[in-house]
Design a protein around this ligand. Sequence first.
Ligand SMILES: Cc1cc2nc3c(=O)[nH]c(=O)nc-3n(C[C@H](O)[C@H](O)[C@H](O)COP(=O)(O)OP(=O)(O)OC[C@H]3O[C@@H](n4cnc5c(N)ncnc54)[C@H](O)[C@@H]3O)c2cc1C
Length: 425
Amino acid sequence: MESRRVQKLSIDQMNENKRVIVIGAGASGYFAAIRIKELCPTAEVVIMEKTGKTLTKLRISGGGRCNVTHDVTGNAQLLEHYPRGKNFLKKVFYRWGVPETRDWFEKNGVELKVEEDGRIFPVSDSSETVAQLLEWRAKKLGVELMLNSSVVTIVPMPKDGFYRWQINTNTSGSEMATDVVMAMGGFPKLSQYNMIASLGVEIVTPVPSLFTFNINETTLHDLHGVSVVDARVKLVGYPESYNGPLMVTHWGISGPAVLKTSAWAARWLNEKAYVNTVLVSWVNLSEEELRQQLNENIRSNPKKMISNLGLDGVPKRLWDFIISRAETPVNKQSADLSKYEFNKIVENVIRMPFEVDGKTTFKEEFVTAGGISLTSVDSNTMAIKSQQGLYATGEVLDIDGVTGGFNFQAAWSTAAILAEAIAKQ
Ligand SMILES: Cc1cc2nc3c(=O)[nH]c(=O)nc-3n(C[C@H](O)[C@H](O)[C@H](O)COP(=O)(O)OP(=O)(O)OC[C@H]3O[C@@H](n4cnc5c(N)ncnc54)[C@H](O)[C@@H]3O)c2cc1C
């Protein structure tokens, strides 16, 4: 969308005009701007973006395919995917959830498809389709865009019982607004939230979420590319464990089971400086079930070398690795396994320990846990409780989901809710 300078209104003129300034041209900012114009065409809506580009993260999201949302059976299931924000989002999703999102995109010409694991992408398999729709729709509705406009201060200007806002930028002077939408995304440092904190808004210290675990073990690295479909990951000392696909990488372990663990334990791991023992179960079986399965295998194949015995769902290279970690000779016949060796194999299948020493971003994908405290926000309107006409949406809030389209869903939903509130005023 072409950048255009907006007409400036004085504080008095604005008593008759609704003028909304959206700070940030990401997914949540764009969606908020579009929905405000859809519901209240007379409002003047301006997006101010600090960079020279729009929708940067969205364009690289989902490996360039944009995982727009996730196919879920209902809101209760949807909420289970948010380590932070679950209770707050209950009301929000009730009003704008996955069906509304799918409907909006489909009605506006972006055909969506559901993949086997429930993730929803555009049929085009290109994030450009989603980005172009948002840009086209915003332009068509008359949303104005100011690029290279980094907002440095948001100043409340109460007048005659009404609030007005002065938005000061580092390059394009000041703008006045009746309503302000903060859609600036997440920041890694607490100090980067100073502009928001100065308005009396409580900030939860940010920490990264969604990352893979570094493990300095070359014998594990040699297995890179090996994956299992249903592993279980447990951090020693952390109460929960998480399952899902797991992959061995050049630097450690990755895949949905690890990313899920990193999201739920984001703050706990941060306190531990990302150094901790992790126990990996390569199959999602109880110890009892595993022992039974292995015993049956051995009974039916007593003469098979243990290396050829195998285990359902465990690739051969990984099985050999498990046997070597269990200090069992790979050429031993199954029937000759000692009780000690059998127990060691069981232990290494369902509780193989690794020392995690640091984290690595997964395909550049990450989100910020932390940001605007949800205690400062009204979940009916997304308004900041202590301020009139100030709203927040998307990743700037202390809301984050696991991978699978849940972060965009939170962005679309919170944006839709605040648009309704602004339009209703
Ligand atoms: C590589 C990658 C892949 C991802 N893939 C997926 C996925 O497939 N599915 C999913 O659900 N989630 C995904 N995510 C997460 C998702 O992209 C984010 O949760 C989402 O983009 C948040 O949208 P937002 O609008 O809140 O913030 P952002 O997209 O970060 O947009 C914020 C905008 O505000 C601007 N801004 C910041 N400060 C100022 C200021 N002071 N003045 C003016 N402008 C400002 C920024 O420049 C930016 O353009 C991915 C994240 C990454 C990094």
